[in-house]
Write a protein of this length. Structure first.
Ligand SMILES: Nc1nc2c(ncn2[C@@H]2O[C@H](COP(=O)(O)OP(=O)(O)OP(=O)(O)O)[C@@H](O)[C@H]2O)c(=O)[nH]1
Ligand SMILES: [Mg+2]
Length: 458
């Protein structure tokens, strides 16, 4: 940190096609209040005031002011201004916000006016967030949560980001670090005072603590909810040829993404569409009809269909009501790797051609849309139950995963260590790995990686 006062447009750059009603310029740093005076008080800059002028409004209170060119005192715009006194601000520094009309000329003139002051510089991308972090206003998981919140495209992504911003992940990881540090304290006591009578069972207590911690970390690592929320829940549509799989995909996607034809074996490759299903991001895949074929390309399609079915989080088996669908259902659910009767769905399609009776199946006519609302409801329910398996916050980032894999391995080594001193060293490494997630340790090398793709303060 260089103690400079930085500024940036906090809202998107207005364009002719998309001007905004409001644009916000933010300043942060020790001289932000001076900048506010010089930008709103006529002639203050040319007179060279450097002390706080009584014209500075009350902190945290928005007031209407003319925004002036400091050199000429010419009015650029009239807007709302507010300043925040350090350290109770977002960055921990003095901050000013100028809420201007969102026009291109207004914004560029206001930015030029700030530049004329000579004591402010344009912020680097992510610099506001970095300053907040450096002043202890934000840990790394919260900083990432802000980036996730800005990038959230569905309701559930937004909810998760907000939960993480609230510190849910921070608390989880810090709790683990606390557990590890307590175990470490016990080990270090055993190293420092080897001859003293330590309470019996201490070694077991430490061992059990480490085993428990390792178990919690591996359960967290196995939890795929974060990945699903980030990249989408993978749903595969599978079934025999010509049952209406591609028709169902098109119906759910509300467009003709896949080719539909009466020729069995139409779909060969896996076709994907992205959907928002009740707030859950979903990647829906249409696959080739499952049958024994002599055609090499179709065989490859069937192989891909099976692989996709096995890799998916959720499967929809589509059958044709005019066929012997009950026998096919039995055969295919048995043959499908990872078929999960609690979440996966069986759809019997073409109910406009014949009546259907059966339990645990969803009747549908992809042609008329009959049965679609119930299918959507069941899909949403399956998605929600896969995502809400447990209440703990999910793993959301590869960066966290890497650190936790390291921590898990180090805990394993600590458990197998031949002497206490070695166990303590591995435990220390494990705690350092967890500390890397929240930013408690080895911060410098991480900052750039994390802040690089931030749009905040840019
Ligand atoms: N009557 C009726 N016909 C349907 C319905 N859904 C699909 N079809 C027809 O069934 C035929 C096959 O539909 P597709 O969606 O291509 O079936 P598919 O399962 O993707 O077929 P493959 O890709 O060859 O495995 C087409 O002629 C569709 O128009 C339905 O609900 N009712
Ligand atoms: Mg098809």
């Amino acid at each position: 940190m260089d103690g400079s006062t930085i500024y940036a447009l906090g809202t998107p750059t207005p364009s002719r096609a998309a001007p905004g009603a409001v644009s916000v310029i933010r300043l942060s740093g020790p001289r932000a209040p001076d900048a506010l005076i010089f930008l709103t008080e006529p002639k203050a800059f040319t007179r060279g005031y450097s002390v706080r002028d009584p014209s500075l409004p009350e902190a945290r209170r928005m007031v209407v002011r003319g925004i002036l060119d400091p050199a000429t005192s010419e009015e650029i715009d009239r807007g709302l201004v507010v300043w925040f006194e350090a350290p109770r601000t977002e960055t921990g520094e003095m901050m000013v916000e100028l809420h201007l009309h969102g026009g291109r000329a207004v914004v560029s003139a206001a930015l030029a006016a700030i530049a004329k002051l000579g004591f402010c510089r344009l912020a680097e991308p992510g610099e506001f967030t970095r300053r907040a972090f450096e002043h202890g206003k934000l840990d790394l998981t919260r900083a990432e949560a802000i980036a996730d919140l800005v990038g959230a495209e569905t309701e559930q992504q937004r909810r998760l980001a907000l939960q993480q911003m609230d510190g849910a992940l921070h608390r989880l990881y810090e709790d683990w670090r606390g557990q590890g540090l307590r175990a470490l304290a016990h080990l270090e006591a055993a190293i420092d005072f080897p001859d003293e009578d330590l309470p019996v069972g201490l070694a077991d207590e430490v061992r059990n603590g480490i085993v428990r911690l390792q178990g919690e970390i591996s359960a967290h690592l196995d939890d795929k909810r974060g990945e699903r929320l980030r990249d989408g829940l993978h749903i595969a549509i599978i079934g025999p040829p010509n049952t209406g799989k591609s028709s169902l995909l098109n119906l759910l996607a509300r467009r003709d993404a896949a080719i539909v034809s009466e020729t069995a074996g139409t779909t060969r490759d896996v076709i994907e569409v992205h959907l928002d299903l009740g707030g859950w991001p979903v990647v829906l895949a249409d696959t080739a009809g499952l049958r024994a074929s002599t055609d090499a390309i179709e065989q490859e399609g069937v192989r891909r269909a099976k692989a996709r079915a096995a890799a998916a989080d959720l499967r929809i088996l589509v059958l044709d009501v005019t066929s012997d669908w009950k026998a096919e259902m039995q055969a295919l659910t048995a043959a499908t790797e990872r078929w999960d009767s609690a979440h996966d769905l069986v759809v019997v399609n073409k109910t406009d051609l014949a009546a259907v009776d059966g339990i645990g199946i969803l009747p549908l006519s992809a042609a008329s849309g009959a049965g679609l609302p119930e299918l959507l409801k069941r899909l949403e329910r399956s998605a929600a139950s896969l995502m809400e398996e447990n209440a703990a916050p999910p793993l959301t980032r590869a960066r966290h995963r890497e650190a936790l894999v390291d921590a898990h391995a180090a805990l394993g080594r600590a458990l197998g260590a031949p002497e206490v001193a070695l166990a303590a060293e591995d435990l220390r490494l494990a705690m350092r790995a967890i500390g890397r997630i929240t930013g408690t340790v080895r911060v410098d090398e991480l900052l750039d990686v994390i802040f690089r793709d931030f749009c905040i303060g840019k």
